[in-house]
Design a protein around this ligand. Structure first.
Ligand code: NCD
Length: 324
């Protein structure tokens, strides 16, 4: 094979080699675009990438439950010819004996070439990056950020809508605790002409720091809606549904009271634009009626597939492929 055929440099993401990815703004818009291009190349011809990370090791440390994020990272690494180790349950790690995160990270960094970590504490990924000699990728830190989901979301929007610019994006559900929402809002604030709709119960609105610190600063218009989805669904190009984050509530009664605040049904979809797309980071609980799945605008399962190619592109760039 011609040297450099799958090198990240070719797609302008050579700069990502050795970098941590803790929150979406760690990468420039251009670097993200390079990753989308690389993900597309991988999707077109996965076979040529099968040895790209041969001999490299990825550690996946999941202190919180996960299906898609952990498995897509592990699948991505295996499809690049690399190996994976780690844990899916902190109960099986020395964290359960009281080991500090700093010590766990220092140890794992001597076994692996990169670390993907999910942790219930906000700021845990940043802390880990300070103790790690290898790149740390944040796979979710509490209700704070989830930047690789954002790459997945942006790639899905790009593929299905052609561009991210000038879109009206509606976020619906738990906007207070939903880390995928926080990361995507931050990333969208860098695209021209974007306007946002936040549809949530009053108790689950998007944090103030995002409204004042990110959206207002970047002149991104947004509207907060506490009422029915019906009043705005017809204006939206991308509807990002989210589940109410039960594990972040202080009491079960509040969760029970709020969990079914918004449910997307075929009746509501009938009010939406013909080319609107529905995204959801998944898992879905009750917020999208299963009947919506067969609507061609329901894009959440496509989104999961893009997530794997996206993570292949990310790992290849961060690790620097074998002939990069
Ligand atoms: C999300 C997460 O973990 O934040 N899931 C995911 O990674 N796709 C969303 C959620 O759990 O609701």
């Amino acid at each position: 094979m011609e040297r450099g055929t799958f090198g990240a440099e070719r797609f302008g993401v050579g700069s990502l080699k050795g970098r941590h990815f803790i929150e979406p703004l760690n990468f420039s818009v251009e670097e993200m675009e390079g990753l989308f291009t690389l993900a597309g190349k991988i999707e077109e011809n996965p076979a040529i990438y099968r040895d790209a990370c041969k001999g490299r090791v990825l550690a996946t440390l999941f202190f919180e439950p996960s299906t898609r994020t952990r498995l897509s990272f592990e699948s991505a690494m295996l499809r690049l010819g690399g190996g994976c180790l780690g844990f899916a349950d902190p109960g099986s790690s020395s964290a359960s004996k009281g080991e500090s995160l700093a010590d766990t990270i220092r140890t794992v960094a001597s076994y692996a070439d990169a670390i993907v970590m999910r942790n219930p504490k906000e700021g845990a990924a940043l802390l880990a990056s300070r103790y790690s000699v290898v790149p740390v990728i944040n796979a979710g830190d509490g209700g704070h950020h989830h930047p690789t989901q954002t790459l997945t979301d942006l790639l899905t929007i790009l593929r299905l809508r052609g561009d991210v610019k000038n879109l009206r994006v509606g976020f619906c559900g738990d906007l207070k605790f939903g880390r995928t929402v926080h990361s995507l809002v931050k990333a969208l604030s860098r695209y021209e002409g974007v306007s946002l709709y936040f549809i949530s119960p009053g108790e689950l609105t998007v944090p103030k720091y995002l409204k004042t610190g990110v959206l207002a600063k970047n002149n991104i218009p947004y509207t907060e809606i506490g009422g029915s989805l019906d009043t705005v669904i017809g204006d939206i190009d991308v509807l990002y549904m989210t589940r109410v984050q039960r594990e972040r509530f202080f009491n079960e009664e509040d969760y029970i009271r709020l969990k079914d605040s918004y449910i997307l049904t075929p009746e509501k979809m009938a009010l939406a634009k013909k080319d609107m797309i529905v995204l959801h980071p998944l898992p879905r609980v009750n917020e999208i009626d299963m009947e919506v799945d067969s609507d061609p605008r329901a894009a959440y399962f496509k989104q999961t597939k893009y997530g794997m190619y996206m993570r292949m592109a990310l790992l290849l760039s961060i690790l620097g492929g074998n002939n990069a």
